[in-house]
Structure formats: C-alpha cells, structure tokens
Design a protein. Structure first.
Length: 209
C-alpha cells in the first residue's frame, strides 16, 4: 500500500470534522507552529509567558523574536499575535477551525493521544502543498529517486502508524462534546518563559516613548 494514504486519510477526516478545507499532519504541535511561522516569515510574536517552551523555540527557529503577555486570548487557546496562527493544543472539537493556521496536538496528554503528533488546519491548497513538502525534508510523496528537492525542509512528518492510531481513537470521540483541557493540568501555569535564560537575547524590548 501507499504509505502516505493512511496519513492523507487521517488529514481528510480531521479537516472535514474541524471545518477546514485542508489539514497537514506533522510530528508535533511545535513542528506545526514552526512550519507556520516559517511560511509567514514572522517578525516579533507575542505569546503567553506561561505557555509550553516549544512554542517559543518554534518562533525563534523560524527567525522570529519574542514578546510575552499574561493573557491567553480565547481561554485555553491563543493566537501567536499578530500572525494568523492559533496554538490550539488544548482544544479539540467539531467546527473549531475559524481561518488562518490552526495547530493541534496529539500528545499523550491531549484529547487524541496517539503518543506524538500534530496537525495544521488551513484553507489554502497551495500553502498545504508547501507545508507537506516542508514537513518531509523538502520531499514530495514519491520515491526519493523520482523526486526533485525544491525546499530545505524539516524532518517532521507523521508516520502511517501514528495516523492509523489517530483514526482509530478518533472514532471513539467523534460525537463527544470535549471540554478544553486545563492549562494548570499541563503544568504550564508554573513557568514563566520570560525569565528563562535561553530566551533573553530573543526578547523584543518595548521601545520607550
């Protein structure tokens, strides 16, 4: 069988359920955020100071800089402001897509716990094609000997085994009304990224008037 077929099927099912036209499966929500940041060529991005460190890492690795806020706009999800990117790691519900780039997490502590995985929901076919190449070392979905590498990509694809598990688990929760996960239960509320030494030189200082 085509090893990409099960991943494509998983993407189609989640896209239809969430309300987006397309979905791109990757190895984690952090990889999803980094790919979106790279596509948009982000500058300075504002995120909650007590979000997961991988979010800050994704922005920096995409060439961006950081600002921190105490606000989680949207409850347990938030936008990487001013980019049209949503970190939706703690929400999983039908019709959740509202436009832009909406990134999901399938970590063990999330609603669809396939072990490790993420997904990008979006409406643009050309961008979806770009993201699919970028997640797979710049490769297309064909044998390497038949391919022409046109992108410097990441090694961030979802395996067929993960996608198959995602489809199986999804059937058990498809019709459930899933509440947002609590930030406190994830351990995020106990950290302050702005105080972490790793991020000090990437913080965009506010300019005085």
């Amino acid at each position: 069988m085509n090893p990409y077929r099960i991943v494509n099927r998983f993407e189609d099912v989640i896209a239809e359920w969430s309300g987006s036209r397309y979905a791109v499966a990757v190895e984690s929500c952090c990889a999803a955020l980094q790919l979106c940041c790279e596509y948009l060529q982000v500058g300075t991005i504002t995120i909650p100071r007590n979000t997961y460190p991988g979010v800050a890492n994704a922005i920096i690795r995409a060439g961006g800089r950081l600002r921190f806020t105490d606000v989680w706009d949207g409850g347990t999800i938030y936008k990487l402001w001013p980019a049209d990117i949503v970190d939706g790691a703690l929400r999983f519900r039908a019709g959740m897509f509202t436009g832009g780039f909406h990134c999901l997490s399938f970590h063990d502590r999330k609603h669809l716990p396939i072990g490790r995985g993420g997904m990008i929901l979006l409406d643009d076919a050309q961008v979806a094609a770009w993201l699919r190449r970028m997640r797979f070392d710049g490769r297309g979905e064909c044998p390497l000997a038949d391919d022409t590498i046109t992108h410097v990509g990441m090694n961030a694809y979802m395996t067929p085994e993960q996608a198959a598990r995602g489809l199986q688990l999804f059937e058990a929760i498809r019709d459930r009304n899933l509440p947002d996960l609590l930030v406190e239960d994830q351990g995020y509320a106990r950290i302050d990224l702005e105080r972490m030494p790793a991020y000090q030189r990437f913080i965009e200082k506010k300019r005085s008037a």
